[in-house]
Design a protein around this ligand. Structure first.
Ligand SMILES: [Ca+2]
Ligand SMILES: [Ca+2]
Length: 292
């Protein structure tokens, strides 16, 4: 596995080098979700870049907040989204449930330091990915740390680990073991935790891919720099595609600990999703790229 030395004093996250290359971006084998814009698969060149081997951890984000006094958007809004089985809050702090996705609760006092609600804490979670951070929060971290978010093309190139046309970072098969942090059981009520984790796992859990990238799929969604467009692949540039020039949602990649085939099979290299740049949730984090 490539060594993963910390980037700098402000950003204590291990780094991996992704070589410049042309890779096949998008879903070339069929499991893609209609409406997510995973097709057509198409060749894309990306310049070489240095990427976080893992998601940004709670410990790293805490250093940023301690140094700057930054207030995340969920702290400003006063609430964020918590998965119902991970709730650590008094019922009076549960503000509501979206009717179409009732397993998400709007919880007063849920924020990056209280990811399950005001009765939760980060004790024991230093090496877990920071969550409850919006795209704008991730941008603020990057500006302070001298980093940037990856483009979708960079993210997918890194996740593929040099393999062409594979579904997962390790290939197409699972073998006889768990390889990423998703859901086992009956979504959204029974999680048997066969992979060991109901919510987040430490950022270096399971095995990294051939580039040394840990948990691109599963664990937490990861913000990308691109504006979201379902139709982007039909006309995107062939070299270093930056995403559409404008939009109202930002792209996210990799799926999360809530993914399950019955509900969300987005724990795949080519899977795509989006959210508004001020949204936060208990299963969304980020990783960053070195400025060149
Ligand atoms: Ca799990
Ligand atoms: Ca991930």
């Amino acid at each position: 596995m490539p060594s993963a030395a910390p980037a700098n004093g402000r950003h204590p996250v291990g780094q991996v080098s992704i070589p410049g290359q042309t890779f096949l971006m998008g879903d070339s084998t069929g499991p893609g979700n209609r409406g997510d814009g995973e097709t057509p698969a198409h060749p894309v060149w990306v310049d070489a870049f240095r990427l976080d081997a893992t998601s940004v951890t709670n410990a790293a984000f805490a250093r940023f907040v301690a140094a700057t006094g930054y207030r995340t958007e969920s702290e400003t809004f006063g609430y964020s989204a918590v998965f119902h089985l991970a709730l650590e809050a008094d019922l009076e702090d549960v503000l509501g449930q979206p009717p179409r996705i009732p397993w998400w609760l709007g919880v007063r006092g849920a924020d990056w330091a209280h990811p399950g609600g005001p009765r939760s804490s980060l004790v024991g979670l230093d090496d877990h990915p920071v969550v409850q951070v919006s795209w704008n929060d991730a941008q603020a971290y990057c500006a302070w740390a001298g980093r940037r978010l990856p483009t979708e093309a960079e993210w997918e190139c890194a996740a593929r680990g040099g393999l062409t046309g594979r579904v997962y970072p390790w290939g197409d098969e699972w073998g006889d073991r768990h390889r990423c942090n998703i859901w086992q059981g009956v979504f959204p009520t029974v999680n048997t935790r066969e992979d060991g984790w109901l919510t987040t796992s430490p950022v270096e859990t399971f095995e990294p891919n051939a580039y040394g990238v840990w948990q691109s799929v599963g664990n937490v969604w990861e913000w990308c720099s691109d504006w979201w467009s379902e139709g982007y692949y039909t006309h995107s540039p062939g070299r270093n595609p930056p995403g559409p020039a404008a939009g109202d949602q930002k792209s996210m990649r990799g799926g999360s600990y809530l993914c399950h085939d019955s509900y969300c099979n987005r724990y795949r290299n080519s899977a795509r999703a989006s959210n508004t740049p001020d949204s936060s949730a208990a299963n969304i984090g980020f990783r960053t790229v070195a400025l060149t």
